[in-house]
Design a protein around this ligand. Sequence first.
Ligand code: ATP
Length: 616
Amino acid sequence: MGAPDAPRVRGFGVIRRGFALTPSLARGLPLTLLLAALSTVGGAVVPVVVQIAIDRGFGADGGPDEGLVLRWSAVAAGIVLLTAVCSWAMKVRLFVASERGLTDLRIKAFRHVHDLSVLTQDRERRGALVSRVTSDIDQVSLFLQFNGIMIVTSLGQVAVATVIMAIYSWQLTLVVWACFVPLVVTLVALQGRMARAYDHARATVGTMLAVIAEPVVGASVVRAYGVERRTQHRIDHAIDVNLRANIRAQRLVAGTFASAGVAGGLANASVIVVGVMLGVAGDLTLGGVIAFAFLVSLFIGPVQTATQVITEAQNAISSWRRVIEILDTPADVRDPGEGVVLPQGALEVGFDHVRFAYPGGPDVLHDVDVVIPARQRVAVVGETGSGKSTFAKLLTRLSDPTAGAVTLDGEDLRTIGFSTLRSRVVMVPQEGFLFDATLAENLRYGDLTASPERMRQAFSDLGIDDWFTSLPDGLETQVGQRGESLSAGERQLVALVRAYLADPDLLVLDEATSAVDPQTEMRASRALERLLAGRTSVVVAHRLSTAEAAERVLVFDAGVLVEDGSHDALVSQGGVYARLHASWVAQAHLGIEAVPSAGGIDDSAPGPAWDNGPRD
Ligand SMILES: Nc1ncnc2c1ncn2[C@@H]1O[C@H](COP(=O)(O)OP(=O)(O)OP(=O)(O)O)[C@@H](O)[C@H]1O
């Protein structure tokens, strides 16, 4: 995602927006800056004391004045100590403020990622999205803690050194500044290129993480198809692209740092030459020339540091921009907050001339106009890609229609608060995602307050307590990552129990296509039967038996609702559904578990499902 719909924020705008989004970052900043300024003063004191000790102590009338040298040394030691304390306090404050601020930012960004519609999330690969909330924020944090304050202290030191140098000799001060003019010009000229180089480098980090994460998640597919080398090649390529992007950015940084070195050397040499000339002319004392030489190094060091830090700031700004872009991406499926109140009980569903297109694509649903009365049990069928899942997504407001409206009991879904919607409407996706936790914790996603007794009762209500009691650890069974310690069929059972605990008034179910053993299949059918009882239900059916059991069948073909009626009526009508049914029956008699589709029989597809199964 080049951040989907967020306007691009530039340079200082990023810093301003960044601070506005994280007020705790700026809180107490004036005191931190004051401490930073005080800690820079200490560094400038030493050359001044050296000058006083040389000119007034060693050069005192009547021989060296040891007392004076000791007194001034004590003063210098005190100031240096105080400076160290200021520096420590400043760093602690900075660490605390940046950690707090960036934690806030991380939480905000993470929440916002959740608010974005599934569609928006799909546009950026998940790994790249995660990188914006993790590694990009880490970059900003690192910069603020180690470099941000260095810019402040360095610029402070440069200012303090300039003032003191000017007090000693304004001519030499001008010479020093003149040596750095080319550096400033170079820096300004390279800013744009460096910003682009770092933007690219940060984007390649996101891509790299996405490319690495994908095969880790899909490790079994990678191994099953023996594509380790091809996968490794993709990863190597992404790493290589990132490496080259970083090198390109760092080359620019190295160039500016080298220019700073040249300017420093030039300044040192010029000061000695011009200083000696001024000394010979009687305009400067020996102590003054030595002090000035010290001050020049005090000036050059921070200028070089600031040069490097300013260039590295581009990296942090690029990262900050990527986080801000996420926060500025509007949540296209917006929660209306309180919203309208829905009546209790089963819900009536309406599609009022609904049209839908995925961003940048053609319409995939065309003028769908249908009413599903409360408590009706509906099956949605059609071949792969006909728009069944999209219909289900609109029904559960994972996306909003491009035109027309989806209604619940006559209320537009867009006017119903998310909390009401999520408690009344539940979607059971094809692959019920399970979290790496116990069975009980996974079931609680359906109802946070469910007690163990209620959970056990749910298994019993759905007629699958024989399976539940076969689990040695019962509710404490660990399901593994994505539920992989359970079989596909068992995961379906858990998903059904979870939906039952949520107790929705409208249940939308995308039937699983994976084939399971006959016993689990029977359990799942029984549980589904009981789960649907008394509720309005829309099941995206992949099994003909599910369509046969429904009161009403909606048939989609290329995004158009082409048939609508009971199973029997549609079979006798002799249309798309009848053809689907006939091919299925023929296949069943032949004992081949092939998958007929609206276009005929597809004998390459596996399983008992009657469309081609999921595209991927
Ligand atoms: N996220 C997406 N972005 C772009 N196009 C999409 C997206 N999801 C689906 N489509 C397209 O929309 C059309 C309808 O897809 P949909 O998933 O609704 O079909 P389906 O009937 O549910 O198919 P299946 O039975 O295989 O799940 C297809 O042409 C598909 O390619």
